[in-house]
Design a protein around this ligand. Structure first.
Ligand SMILES: Cc1ncc(C[n+]2csc(CCOP(=O)(O)OP(=O)(O)O)c2C)c(N)n1
Length: 376
């Protein structure tokens, strides 16, 4: 089969958003995907799980395409987000590590992959021959019907590789002049995370809020529970990816992500967000200098890393640091429709004494989807 047949299977299944990282053994496919679909290029496969989850919640029909080794970078996110919330995720993987594999490093993970997926309870289809592109379509159907992930492994011998199309030569290096006006004046924080979250929760109307793993989600629930909140219950580093997926799928709705400093520093998604440039997305980086939800252990770079500057470096249109509740409110207002914007919110460590969220993941999913469908 060639990439045209694969793409035709994806289209016949209604796929309308593809996140991908390329594989050398399927060059033609990875060149074609951005031309054929709304496309988000990734730098780390895990982010495709969060982006796809957000996009699905917002009514899109996403798929992730990658090299099979990338599944090793996604497993926790697939199980803690996709499986926990009951979200479809078809994953199309160029399967490496087979008999003719020339790169030794591809063998240990990829040869064990079907057993790893089986042990994790993740359904997997191994395409059985070059004349079986319909198995890809069937796997996509199965994923959307069951609201579960489904991996399709495409062995190289099933792919008729067309290589790089002439139209897809790498872009020529361009001259670029960059002028960043940046002044860093960190003051002593006065808010705790709960103060900042209450402030933001009091300002929103029909905005969608995505909250980070652990205590931040519990604090948002305690501050103001509403169907437009998505509480991320696991999946460290995926909050901003989920926000990006929702923002891209629903460009007319405003999305605000309440992310954490540890999570943002552990993620590669800022560059991907800036490249996608959703005007309706604001990332609030709640920077308490610690891994708050695990007991306030200091995170690396407390005195050296600068989140607001990192967002600018990643290509954000707007990035600023705030310390006071009034400044935070003003930054939230000013960033509406002006994104992607980053609000580096410097806060004191400390977790509010709030209860666990008593709503089932499927209920969090369903009420958000209903609210989003009602007001596109
Ligand atoms: C893959 C993975 N690694 C580690 C954890 C444990 N963990 C849960 S929350 C968290 C820290 C989050 O810190 P940050 O993003 O700074 O947010 P804060 O809680 O400080 O607001 C960690 C390390 C996890 N749940 N999953």
């Amino acid at each position: 089969m060639d990439e045209k047949q694969i793409i035709s299977q994806m289209k016949s299944q209604g796929i309308d958003l593809v996140c991908s990282i390329p594989c050398d053994k399927a060059k033609g496919l990875f060149f074609s995907l951005p031309e054929e679909f709304r496309h988000i290029g990734l730098t780390r496969e895990e982010d495709g799980v969060g982006i796809s989850a957000g996009a699905y919640l917002a009514g899109a029909r996403p798929l992730v395409a990658l090299q099979s080794s990338g599944l090793g970078n996604m497993l926790n996110a697939i199980l803690s987000l996709t499986v926990t919330f009951g979200i479809p995720l078809p994953i199309l993987a160029s399967w490496r590590g087979g008999e003719k594999e020339s790169i030794l490093a591809q063998v240990p993970f990829n040869r064990s992959l079907p057993r790893i997926l089986s042990a994790a309870g993740i359904p997997c289809t191994i395409v059985s021959g070059p004349d079986k592109p319909d198995e890809i379509g069937d796997a996509i159907t199965a994923s959307y019907r069951s609201r579960q992930p489904h991996v399709v492994l495409v062995p190289p011998e099933c792919l008729e590789e067309s290589g790089c199309p002439a139209t897809a030569l790498p872009p020529a290096p361009a001259l670029r002049t960059l002028s960043i006006c940046y002044e860093r004046k960190w003051r002593i924080p006065v808010m705790r995370r709960y103060d900042a979250i209450r402030q933001i929760a009091s300002l929103v109307n029909d905005e969608i809020l995505v909250s980070n793993i652990g205590v931040p989600s519990k604090e948002l629930f305690a501050a103001r529970d509403r169907p437009e909140n998505f509480y991320m219950l696991g999946s460290y580093t995926q909050a901003s990816a989920i926000g990006l997926g929702i923002a891209v799928a629903l460009p007319k709705r405003r999305v605000i992500v309440l992310d954490g400093d540890g999570s943002l520093l552990g993620s590669s998604v800022l560059t991907v967000i800036a490249a996608s440039a959703p005007k309706n997305l604001t990332i609030v980086g709640l920077d308490n200098g610690v891994f708050g939800s695990t007991g306030n252990q200091p995170r690396p770079g407390t005195k050296t890393a600068d989140l607001a500057l990192m967002a600018l470096g990643a290509g954000f249109a707007v990035s600023r640091a705030v310390h006071e509740p009034g400044e935070l409110a003003e930054a939230i207002r000013a960033s509406a429709g002006n994104g992607p914007s980053f609000i580096h919110t410097r806060i004191l460590p400390g977790n509010a004494d709030v209860p666990n969220i008593p709503i089932a993941p499927s209920q969090i999913r369903d009420r958000l989807m209903t609210a989003l469908r009602a007001r596109k």
